[in-house]
Design a protein around this ligand. Structure first.
Ligand code: NAD
Length: 520
């Protein structure tokens, strides 16, 4: 039972598509965090000691119950304003795929290994992976499953307990998922949700043994700084300003279709969405025509109509995003961009809706080409060449995702030169769901990764236990003389000679050889 804190007002969760109050949840603050982390800390050793198979079974039970619970998608759609097809086709599907992959990845990531030292050949070293303890997951509002509860999957499978602090804007889906976790018989304290605003998140960072943070650059910086002071591992997944590049060799129909989808998915409120489009002048006219056609065809409206048809765009999740869109739009228009579609709030709909908005003729100094917009507005800039497209794509303090459309070899070569943790060639956005690959931003888009084997192992600490190989004990007694008291000038002389023999001409020098060494 969650208790409200006396001093801090509760959080009002509003349905963005209707303005209706969905629920009030407490801001649990430091006291709530302390309770959740203490409970999680008590539960963690038992959970971490279970065989991986049992933890995997718990995750599968949870997944199955989520799929059976109609309320999950209903809550997600209601609090985020996103179309049902995105709620199910992106968030729920992603969680299922993530659980499938992470179970397999955890088998590899957590497996003990033996390393055989070259120098101390009488020894062997066993690498043992221990869970960290309690991992704090802090999430943003735009993907209530994908960037919140889903980020608990890897730490949980690695044997940690998790305390999740979802965004105060969209906390209800997380609350429901934690209820389902306990309802299916999984240990409730192993996966807890605390609700609250920023200060509650900050309190969580103070107490946990590892932090998985997704959100803005400004908050990520604070979280990473504090985790750094505490010397606990911290992964930050932050903002994006993803470029979408259309080379002259691109299939323009496909590029326009992908540009429309990746710009306006969840009304543009996705970290890896297309934020700015660069198109080579030679094909710009045709590409823009095709893009205009597609954006004009988008249907916007309440996210879950009884007919089950559409819409393509639902609501903007909260008013701050409307203000950013309006500011970037006004700035672009003053600086000479052309508004071809959209440009206004939808007065005919209750709730927060902004028309899908397309600008042409953008230039680099416009805010819409530099700062994260995170809303249903995108701008196209023409460039003279692929080289100029590359310069513009890389002229950003962020480096999360990038898209390039073009002929195979050219596009693939271009992709390698983009300064971005993720790049996708001749498609858009689906690279987020390629959970086999580590996903993490470059530059100010964050530090560390989710996904891949790396995304599991980082929630463990490795212990290296070095032991003697029993059969080599006699050799060891001989070698031990080199590093033992009392020090002795004759031993030192032998050591010096042996070092030179071994490393300058001997076996070690052979092992260091690279393919092609010694060729003229
Ligand atoms: P935000 O930084 O405002 O908030 C994120 C979370 O941090 C919230 O839960 C918030 O309550 C909490 N928080 C606020 N202050 C805190 C503090 N001092 N200490 C600890 N926690 C604190 O971000 P937002 O507006 O919710 O999310 C949007 C941002 O998230 C965008 O920039 C978007 O690009 C980014 N994002 C990134 C990814 C990714 O994978 N890289 C995914 C989704 C969203």
């Amino acid at each position: 039972m969650i208790e409200a804190s006396a001093a801090v007002p509760p959080i009002r969760v509003v349905a963005p598509a209707t303005g209706e109050l969905l629920a009030e949840v407490p801001d649990e603050g430091e006291a709530g965090v302390a309770r959740a982390v203490d409970a999680a800390r008590s539960a963690a050793p038992g959970w971490g000691a279970l065989p991986l198979r049992d933890r995997a079974e718990a995750l599968k039970r949870w997944r199955d119950a989520i799929l059976d619970d109609a309320g999950v998608v209903r809550t997600l759609v209601a609090e985020s304003g996103k179309p049902r097809q995105e709620a199910e086709g992106i968030e729920v599907l992603y969680l299922c795929e993530l659980i499938r992959f992470t179970i397999r990845a955890a088998r590899k990531a957590l497996r003990e290994e033996t390393r055989h030292p070259f120098l101390f050949l009488t020894k062997k070293t066993r690498l043992v992976r221990h869970p960290l303890g309690v991992v704090g997951v802090i999430g943003p509002w735009n993907f209530p499953i994908l960037n919140n509860a889903a980020d608990a999957v890897a730490p949980l499978l690695a044997g940690n307990a998790v305390v999740l602090k979802p965004s105060e804007v969209t906390p209800l889906t997380s609350i429901r998922l934690a209820e389902i976790w306990a309802r299916v018989g999984n240990p409730a304290d192993v996966f807890r949700v605390v609700t609250g605003r920023g200060a509650t998140g900050a309190a969580l960072v103070e107490r946990v043994d590892g932090v998985m943070f997704t959100g803005s650059v400004a908050t990520g910086r604070k979280v990473a700084a504090r985790a750094g002071e505490r010397l606990v591992p911290c992964v930050t997944e932050l903002g994006g300003k993803s470029p979408f590049v259309v080379l002259a060799s691109a299939n323009l129909e496909r590029a326009a279709e992908a540009a429309a989808w990746s710009s306006f998915v969840h009304s543009g409120q996705a970290c890896i969405r297309t934020e700015r489009i660069y198109v080579e002048e030679a094909v710009a006219g045709r590409f823009e025509e095709l893009l205009v056609e597609r954006v004009r065809a988008l249907r916007q409206g309440p996210p879950d109509p009884p007919s089950g048809e559409g819409p393509d765009l639902g609501a903007v999740t909260f008013p701050r995003q409307l203000e950013i869109v309006e500011r970037h739009l006004a700035d672009a228009l003053v600086k000479g961009a052309r508004l071809v579609i959209g440009g206004k709030r939808r007065k005919d709909l209750a709730g927060y809706f902004f028309e899908p908005t397309l600008l042409l003729g953008a230039t680099p100094e416009m805010a819409v080409m530099r700062e994260e917009t995170f809303g249903p507005l995108v701008a196209v800039m023409r460039v003279k060449s692929a080289e100029e497209a590359l310069r513009q794509a890389n002229a950003s303090h962020l480096g999360l995702n990038a898209t390039v459309f073009g002929g195979g070899a050219e596009a693939r070569a271009f992709a390698r030169r983009i300064e971005s943790g993720l790049v996708i060639v001749n498609d858009a956005l689906v690279n987020y769901i390629v959970v086999e690959a580590p996903l993490g931003g470059w530059k100010e888009s964050g530090v560390g990764v989710r996904h891949g084997i790396e995304g599991v192992r980082q929630w463990t600490r490795t212990q290296a236990i070095t032991v003697r190989r029993p059969l080599l004990a006699p050799v060891e007694r001989l070698v031990a003389k080199f590093l033992a008291f009392p020090y002795d000038a004759r031993v030192l002389a032998v050591l010096r000679r042996a070092t030179r023999l071994l490393y300058r001409r001997g076996l070690a020098a052979k092992l260091e050889r690279m393919p092609g060494d010694g060729r003229p």
